[in-house]
Design a protein. Structure first.
Length: 255
């Protein structure tokens, strides 16, 4: 019994001595993200986002080339993350003011300042149709009440295309229309007040924007026109929305 009591007392004394000492603080656990090695797919995702940023006008070519080189040289997530830190997520748009209370889309004239927030509908919608229009020795039309997707591709080869945005809705606050006109032509018609940015490249052809859309209206969408015209042309015109005539009702004859 005496031996057991002595061992017990020694154990208690050792615990007391340890309790008086300050235990070493645990080192803060580093986030696993910087330590993870980036894959080729991770680098390509960053490069795709940088390409989108150039098309959207968020980066100039010098910035793009600098970040592109850094992306392909990156080995970890910590090196990739700063390259897109100041860029919005894909599909993100600027906040848009709500439409005035008590005023519905049907009651607001198309192209007016108050109607723009109601025309940024988000998504392609059932009336959006495909995001590609192709004319090969023929023609295509996109006009009337349709939804312009965030990215719309138009191809005219020995043919022509007509893209009318005057009565259209828009899937995003900013839409990109990529045009390829080869020995053909594509005409894009926008209403006044819309911001238009033409960036296409012409090779024995051209991208032409003769009309000015005037001051950009609050809440109006931004239309970026890009692509290639080879022995062909892409023309941007500004026209006011069509005024739909109201049919006169004939007086009913009384029996």
């Amino acid at each position: 019994m005496s031996d057991e009591r002595s061992e017990k007392s020694e154990s208690e004394e050792s615990q007391k001595s340890l309790s008086g000492k300050s235990l070493p603080e645990k080192a803060p656990q580093a986030s696993p993200l910087p330590e993870l090695r980036a894959s080729d797919a991770d680098r390509e995702r960053v490069v795709d986002r940088l390409r989108d940023a150039v098309a959207e006008g968020r980066l100039d070519m010098d910035e793009f080339e600098e970040r592109l080189d850094a992306a392909y040289r990156s080995r970890t997530y910590a090196e990739l993350e700063p390259l897109t830190r100041d860029l919005p997520a894909p599909g993100a748009t600027a906040p848009i003011a709500a439409a005035p209370v008590g005023l519905t889309k049907a009651e607001v004239p198309a192209g007016s300042e108050a109607s723009w927030p109601a025309r940024i509908v988000g998504g392609g919608g059932p009336a959006g149709g495909p995001a590609v229009a192709v004319a090969v020795m023929s023609g295509f039309q996109r006009k009337g009440n349709w939804t312009v997707p965030a990215r719309f591709h138009a191809v005219a080869f020995w043919g022509g295309g007509d893209i009318d945005l005057r009565e259209a809705n828009f899937a995003e606050r900013e839409v990109v229309i990529n045009c390829v006109a080869i020995m053909g032509g594509i005409q894009i018609t926008v209403p006044p007040g819309v911001e238009v940015d033409v960036r296409g490249i012409g090779v024995m052809g051209g991208f032409d924007q003769r009309d000015s859309p005037g001051p950009v209206e609050p809440g109006a969408p931004r239309v970026v026109v890009t692509g290639l015209a080879f022995w062909g042309g892409v023309e941007v015109k500004v026209k006011p929305p069509k005024q739909r005539a109201v049919a006169k009702q004939k007086p009913r004859k009384e029996l």
